[in-house]
Ligand binder design. Structure first.
Ligand code: HAM
Length: 479
């Protein structure tokens, strides 16, 4: 969200950020709820004790229309929107050169795609989804992630019968009802890739390298944490979970109360606890990497050997478990400094059982998603990035307006970004507006210029001025 003041002359209506509306994408401030002031008609309705927001009371007369977006969301305004668009484009280009083709799936899905795909035991599905019935009574969910929908689309369109692996890339908004804070929003954007149909450890390394390279190109210095969480088999993760459960039960009295219920629900998640008591207990917990079956172990060793060959540095983290239930074998996370507690800029892993959970055939896969909001927070690009408009055509007198619009149109047709005044400003006002627009050039046209078939060209960065013939304007402005 931009903190730029709205220019006094602007006729645009920009919803302004109120103090309670921090924490949306683009905001750099934590979203702490402020006390509800019932006399303030526009004040937010405080969340109920269970953390959910209360619905407005239909018996109360409607107040003024709420101009601020819902908590945990934000309007992405220029110039921030240019930076965001550049980061997305860089990602999709960087994924494309490794063979990952763009895919778009719906913003909402049948709820079972996530219940069966991501797993009802995961926090995302159990506590954070925006789920609602449609008018026909079917349960729909705003997508909290894209791996399960991409697999659904692959299976539904039989993409795996055409060419394997199916390599896909995506960018777009996701929705999770989490407690908003810096770097954590209820609508946030991810960019990511999925490689579906190969068990080869080489593709694990390719996927990780593609993510690592993009983050570096985007100016993030990521730390890569790597682990293998095996597969569901008594000789592998299933056996390990029994050891872990025994250990947790034996140490139950030392665990933080919130983590005790995880023992039966999802014991692996105790590794993710933020509670110092639990963290202390987990230091001595049995590790999955000591209980991997031979196949998973040699797969993990091969992934590491590929990464070393590619010179992708990583840190082994046997406590890394990831929060979605579909993961098997390789699990990884990219973290970055300067982001506070939400320091995971991305994560991913293998999901060799996901296709079967969705009712399809065995179709292994691996991928990652990166949080675009966090990439921007960690300093992608220039904060005052502007758009592609390079020239502002200034009309001297109303008679020149027609010519000014024709010049702007001609420049645009030649691929040069051009803009002009539509508020009948004076020449001084137009020059001010040109400077504010961030354009490099002012192309000035009046009766004299029209008569001589030329324009006055002013370089706004140096103040230098020259006369340029109409016929030469495009070639003069070409970068
Ligand atoms: P995830 O770890 O849940 O994985 O999310 C990936 C990234 O999305 C996180 O590391 C973080 O940067 C960003 N993110 C998640 N939640 C939020 C939020 N509330 N606000 C801002 N950013 C957020 C997945 O989503 C998997 N689908 C990744 C994957 C792809 N695994 C295999 N293929």
């Amino acid at each position: 969200m931009s903190d730029q003041p709205v220019p006094a002359e602007s006729t645009e209506r920009v919803p302004r950020k109120r103090p309670d509306q921090t924490g949306g994408p683009g905001s750099s401030q934590p979203a702490e709820p402020r006390p509800h002031d019932p006399t303030d008609a526009a004040a937010p309705i405080p969340p109920a004790e269970d953390g959910t927001e209360r619905a407005p009371n239909p018996a109360e007369p409607p107040g003024p229309t709420e101009l601020a977006p819902p908590r945990g969301t934000g309007d992405i305004l220029p110039p921030e929107s240019w930076r965001r668009q550049a980061a997305t484009r860089l990602a999709m280009d960087s994924f494309a050169i490794a063979g990952y083709a763009p895919i778009e799936t719906p913003i909402f899905e049948h709820t079972e795609v996530f219940e069966r795909g991501v797993g009802a035991g995961s926090e995302v599905v159990g506590k954070e989804m925006y789920t609602f019935p449609d008018r026909g009574g079917r349960s729909l969910t705003l997508r909290p992630e894209l791996t399960a929908p991409v697999m659904r689309a692959v299976l539904g369109h039989n993409l795996h019968r055409a060419r394997l692996p199916v390599k896909l890339a995506y960018a777009g908004p996701m929705f999770r009802q989490e407690r908003p804070q810096k770097g954590r929003y209820r609508q946030f954007s991810q960019v990511g890739i999925e490689a579906i149909g190969s068990m080869s450890p080489a593709i694990d390394a390719e996927v990780i390298e593609v993510g690592d390279r993009y983050l570096r190109e985007a100016g993030v210095e990521p730390t890569l944490l790597l682990n293998s969480i095996g597969h569901l088999d008594p000789g592998c993760r299933t056996g390990y979970l029994e050891h872990l459960t025994e250990y947790l039960v034996a140490n139950q009295s030392s665990l933080a109360p919130v983590d005790i219920e995880r023992i039966s629900l999802n014991p692996l998640r105790t590794f993710d606890s933020k509670e110092s008591r639990t963290i202390e207990v987990m230091r001595r917990a049995p590790l999955i990497t000591d209980h991997l079956c031979d196949d998973c172990r040699s797969h993990f060793e091969a992934v590491q050997s590929h990464l070393m060959k590619l010179e992708v540095s990583y840190t082994l983290d046997p406590h890394l478990v990831r929060g979605l239930d579909y993961y098997t074998r390789t699990a990884f996370e990219f973290t970055a400094g300067g982001l506070g507690s939400q320091n995971a800029v991305g994560g991913g892993g293998r999901y060799d059982g996901l296709a079967e959970s969705l009712g399809g055939q065995h179709l292994p896969g691996i991928g990652f998603a990166l949080g675009l909001d966090r990439i921007l927070l960690s300093g992608f690009g220039s904060k005052d990035q502007s758009g592609p408009v390079a020239a502002y055509v200034v009309a001297i007198g109303t008679a020149a307006v027609e010519q000014a619009l024709a010049i702007a149109t001609r420049l645009r047709a030649a691929g040069i970004g051009a803009d002009l005044d539509f508020l009948d400003r004076s020449v001084k006002g137009q020059m001010k507006d040109a400077a504010r627009s961030g354009c490099r050039w002012a192309v000035i046209v009046g009766d004299e210029e029209i008569a001589r078939n030329n324009v006055t060209l002013k370089d706004l960065s140096t103040g230098e001025q020259e006369t340029v013939a109409f016929a030469e304007l495009v070639s003069r402005l070409e970068p």
